[in-house]
Design a protein around this ligand. Sequence first.
Ligand code: MSP
Length: 475
Amino acid sequence: MSKNFYVTTPIYYVNGDPHVGSAYTTIAADVIARYKKSKGFNVFFLTGTDEHGQKVEETARGRGLTPQEWVDSMAPKFVDMWERLNINYTDFIRTTELRHKEAVKKILKTVYDKGDIYKGEYEGKYCVSCETFVPENQIINNNCCPDCGKELRTVKEESYFFKMSKYQELLLEHIEKNPDFILPISRRNEVISFIKQGLQDLSISRTTFEWGIPIEFAPGHITYVWFDALTNYLTAVGYENNSELFDTMWNNGEVVHLLGKDILRFHAIIWPCMLLSAGIKLPDKIVSHGWWTSEGEKMSKSKGNVVSPVEEIEKYGVDAFRYCLMREVNFGNDGDYSTNSIINRINSDLANDLGNLLNRTLGMYHKYFDGVIRESGKVEEIDLNVISLYDETIKIIEEHTGKFEFSKALEAIWRFISRMNKYVDETTPWLLIKDETKKQRLATVMNFLIDSLVKIAVLTMPYMPEASQNIWNQL
Ligand code: MSP
């Protein structure tokens, strides 16, 4: 099995501040990156910002700025947010960087030379907010986007097309042969049935605005923003400028893209077709997660109910926020972010279960043994029981983390924590201390407890790096 692991988040649009949706994917990527690193993998973790396109150009102009000034003012907000959330990425890519423009030029040229790009005319509807072309049969409410509901623009312009239809069968075959290519399974089925309806060629150039990467073989045309954005995954690992890194991470690594369900089609259809055409290996896993609502309602700026990670971190602390997002819903499902459930989780899982185990154990160790480790005695059945639950926990964590089922992995860790709290109640160290003949049994029990905390610190590290470090420090 490859020991190189390359994980990506989507690159975020810079039109608004980072919110709980962007934080969610980024935290998940950070968790898996930390987990893989702890297992000895050579990890490359990429995130960044998607800075071209009509929406950015229009927003910038509306603010009296050039698009470059606007994106330069917004990108640092993401860098800052990820720092606050303790996101340990390897690279942060901005699509306005030179290295990325060069990579986009390269893939366009490769696909063009292959004969997969032709000139035509695009006539149809475009959603500027989603930066996507909307086929007639998907339009809703007269003239609105099926995804975001916003009014569509009519576009009629000369355009270059990518022969996506040519790759329909190859892609289907790949998806069918690789059951883990698109996760979770339910979404995989959606993608398959979408492809089976027939893929159309994709318009990949625009002429009616300027904020994008110019196409060398098509003067006056700029690259369609999704064609540009998807290529970021290649840019960062040296597709154009570092063949050694590219070989390690892309060709000989496990490549995993994490993203929300709304942008799955771009990743599971357009992206693999681009790679097939360019003769580049396909990613190994495309994993999509569900959407968060806020107190039961869709988040929207106009309703003012968008969950702000900054505010949440200030209220609850960074680890509690990370923990709750990963624990509350299983990756893949939709979830609701509510103050009630967050507070419940913090009180019961973090304070009651984990906090108690730590405080009770350390408290007793100091009180009974002045904090000095004593030699253990005979191991009893209840101790063996705890050892076997731990071994089982590790297996469960492995299995679920491998499938990006973070909440189930956490559930298993917390089962172990609860078991250890019960172990305290059952072994009753406060009675053992009173009996001179039970001193060694007390040492055994306390050592099992200390050992469990060492394990818990390791297991929780990907999710709650600071809390885990704190446990270490106290131990
Ligand atoms: N720029 C594109 C991605 C290009 S990747 C080559 C984009 N950006 S985005 O900023 O609009 O969205 C980024 C991510 O945030 C998506 O994965 C999306 O699913 C996620 N979310 C946005 N709102 C969300 C929720 N309410 N809940 C969960 N995730 C959501 O799309």
